[in-house]
Structure formats: C-alpha cells, structure tokens
Design a protein around this ligand. Sequence first.
Ligand SMILES: *[C@@H]1O[C@H](CO)[C@@H](O)[C@H](O)[C@H]1NC(C)=O
Ligand SMILES: *[C@@H]1O[C@H](CO)[C@@H](O)[C@H](O)[C@H]1NC(C)=O
Ligand SMILES: *[C@@H]1O[C@H](CO)[C@@H](O)[C@H](O)[C@H]1NC(C)=O
Length: 502
Amino acid sequence: MSRALVHLLGVLWLCCWLASTGESQIEYLRYKDPKQPVPTRVRDLMSRMTLEEKIGQMVQIDRSVANANVMKTSFIGSVLSGGGSEPLPRATAEDWVNMINDFQKGALESRLGIPMIYGIDAVHGHNNVYNATIFPHNVGLGCTRQGFVISDWQGIDRLTSPPSSNYTYSVQASIEAGVDMVMVPFEYGKFIQDLTLLVKSNIIPMERIDDAVERILLVKFTMGLFENPLADTSLVNELGSQEHRDLAREAVRKSLVLLKNGKNESASLLPLPKKVPKILVAGSHADNLGYQCGGWTIKWQGFSGNSDTRGTTILNAIKSAVDTSTEVVFRDNPDNEFVKSNNFEYAIVVVGEPPYAETAGDSTTLTMMESGPNVINNVCGTVKCVVVIISGRPIVIEPYISSIDALVAAWLPGTEGQGMTDVLFGDYGFTGKLARTWFKSVDQLPMNVGDPHYDPLFPFGFGLTTESVKDLVARSTSAAVGARACIFTIIVTLIISLYLPG
Ligand SMILES: *[C@@H]1O[C@H](CO)[C@@H](O)[C@H](O)[C@H]1NC(C)=O
Ligand SMILES: *[C@@H]1O[C@H](CO)[C@@H](O)[C@H](O)[C@H]1NC(C)=O
Ligand SMILES: *[C@@H]1O[C@H](CO)[C@@H](O)[C@H](O)[C@H]1NC(C)=O
C-alpha cells in the first residue's frame, strides 16, 4: 500500500470518526424539538427516564433547602417559596429572578435537562415579595386546564396522627389516591427513598408513577418551559407598578361592603364631605399597612406596621383625598374627653383583627382586636362616625351597631388604601355584597343561608349601595331639568285649555 493511500485512508477514517462523534454530540432528541407535538415529546422523554428521574419530577421542595446541585443530582421537579420564604429580607425583583434562575440552571444541567417549575405559596398577589401589590383577589395557582394534583405543605404527613408517624404510609396513600406532585417540602431524601422502595417492591405500580410524571411533563411542555426555562429581568419594573396598583385599588373599592349608612334612611352619612374644618381618624387599623394586608403578607402570619412592604395606609389615603384646608387628626386610641373637646365634623374609625393565617387565626370568640370596642365607644355617639372593619371574616359587631352611624366591611384591602377613600368620599359608589352571612353572636355558628335557625345580623348577599357624587349631581341636575319641563308642560296645557271651546 502506498504511503499516499494509507494517508488517504487515515484521513477518511478520521473524517468518519469525527462525523460519528459529531453526530452523537448533536444527537436528535425528539423531546427537545418544539416542532414535535407535545404528547410525542412527553412519550419520548418518558422513554429515556430512569425511576430515579421520574420520582424526582414528583418532588417539590422549599427554596430554603434548594440549590443548583440538589436540583441536578436529585432531579427535583419543582421548588416553591412557602409563606415568607424569600431569598433575603426586602429582596428586589432581580434577587428573585437570580435565585430562581440559579435553581433552574441546576435542573437544566441534570442528565436530561428537564426544567423545574417555580411555585409561590400565595393567597393575594405576590405576597412574599417586598413592594409587590397586595389586593383582595385569590390567584389560581398553577391550575392550567391540563393541571396536575399537588399536595399542600407537609400535607401528606398529616395522613397519620400524629403527623409523619408512618411516613411510608403517607407516601403510599397519597400517591395511590392520585397526588402527582408532593409539596414535601424539606425532607425530600426520605420521600424519594420511601417512594422508590414502594415502587421497587411493587406496592405502587409503575403505571401510577408514569401517570403522575406524564401530567407534570405535559404542563412543563405546554408552558413552553423547555424552550424558555430562564426568567429574564426585563419585567422587574412591573412589580408594584402604577398599573398594578390602580387595578388593586379598583378591586378594593369593588369589594367593600356597606352594611349601614346613617341611623335611618333619611340621615345617610356617606359619602363624606371632603371639605370640612376638622376630622378625626381613629383606631388600631387606620395607619397600619401590615394589618391592612392581613396574613400571608411578606411573612406567613403577616406583620404589623408600615415598613415591611410598600403601599398606602387608610390614614394616608384620607389625608390625600380630603381638601387641603381640612385638618386630619389621628389618634389610634382616643379617650372620650379628647373627642368631646374637639370640634370634629365626623370621625373615621378603623378597627378589626390582627393579621393571622391558618391555625394561628382560629378563634372561638371572633372578637375585634383590643382597643377596638373602646375606640368605638369613645368616638361614636359623641361625633358622627363611620366604622371600617378590617378582618378576614365576620366578627362580633352587634353590641356596637346602634352607636355606629355608618359601617363598612373592608375585609383585607391590601396595599392600596385609596380604594377605601374612593368610596368613602363618593368618587365612586359602594357596590359590594356580603359573600358570607354576618352573624349576631358566635353561639349561632355555624349558620348559613337556608339553615332553619338562620337569623343573621346581615344576610348573605347584603350590601347597601351609594351613588358617586358625580352621578348624584348629574341625577339631581336632570331631575331639576325634568321638573322644569314638567311645570312648563302644565302651564302650556292650562293656557291651551283656557282657549279651547268649552
Ligand atoms: C406503616 O404503613 C405501612 C403501610 O403503608 C404498613 O405496612 C406498616 O405496618 C406501617 N408501620 C407501622 C409502624 O405502623
Ligand atoms: C417599587 O416599585 C416601583 C414600581 O416598579 C419602583 O419604581 C420602585 O423603585 C420600587 N421601590 C423599591 C424600594 O423597590
Ligand atoms: C333620622 O335620624 C336623624 C339623625 O339621627 C334624626 O334627626 C331624624 O329625626 C331621624 N328621622 C326619622 C324619621 O327617624
């Protein structure tokens, strides 16, 4: 063989080798091809997955135990922020994006590069995030039409009493019942170990695992997560933006329920005049953003005060709503002498419950937070008062109702206090209705519409309405015009009738 031929063969061999290696490096992976239909991509990916990788998809862990390496080596399918689980105190939107992208990069470095889903444990707005808008609205969490079933925080632990006394049982019972992803959220090693054993010993059939993983992957593919796994920072300025705050403010004014307006129908107190010499704002909840937002805000059980997030307290909303000549005096707990010795035109009393979530908020008395009853007693009766109740549920109000001129159930209005003043001062009318029955006393409870003993203070669906000042003016103007037209018609009719042959 000539040296030239040997050389040529050598080159050919090298070319073939390079081509084959190159091919395996860019091996066509059907599940990564966005042009393939989603079911095909799911099937292809499933066929490549080991049991360990499949079980990993069924695990959701809290961010406090997550890092890029855990994501990669345990094949974790999802991470969440439980209530108050933030990357650092007062984290910015960039801090959040960077943290989530770091976990995601770990997931993408796993053998098959399956992206994770990030979850936020939230009940109103992006409630873990400093500077986010908090508003009275429940967000639908992760429920696409092709959703999967996820358990709640340590939920499967509670299938036994005491909780987690037989974790293997908890894992078996929940997965067999159809839970696809488990919000573990801390001891994921134990969960993975137990589920693996249950499958290997044929207690949980492989079909159930495949069914769960298929549903999870279907959501990930449908969301476009394989094509766009990383969050970008281009939207960080949307957080707490004016547009969001305006929407939240609208939600506040539409959710407020007016329960009483004046001692009788001819003496309505609302809407309040903006231009008067002096008004009193009183109560524990008038200048407290934390109370206004309730539980599940920044911290699991919420907070007290004005520094843990940004927004407008009801007091500040009042100050900016009234005429510049109106003096606004604030006392959280004024005594009766103080109220008597000032010439207040009217008082706005804001009282209610402290923030709470779940177990910590359980109550058998449903009373308002202390000094609330005192403030109502010291203010109402001496000066015309509107009482605003900040609470997550109906609370005891019946003993005070006769001394109160106007009463508003504000629920937990969140960060946008101006939604309150929009309706108090008549820029908008009240429209909200009770979504719950308001009881007279706790010994009536439970009491719901249709119950034989139904005897509420305010029935389900109740809510007085007011007109905005603008509409009132328009109506009285058109009424005046109408009255003038009517008088004119009568006069013309009289004149004509005088001249008619009789
Ligand atoms: C725990 O539950 C499993 C069933 O999932 C059962 O076989 C086992 O006996 C239980 N262990 C104890 C200590 O009760
Ligand atoms: C809060 O959000 C607004 C709107 O995006 C932004 O202008 C402001 O700088 C943010 N403030 C803080 C302290 O993050
Ligand atoms: C309605 O209430 C006002 C103020 O309390 C009172 O002056 C008036 O007499 C009441 N009218 C009726 C019809 O009860």
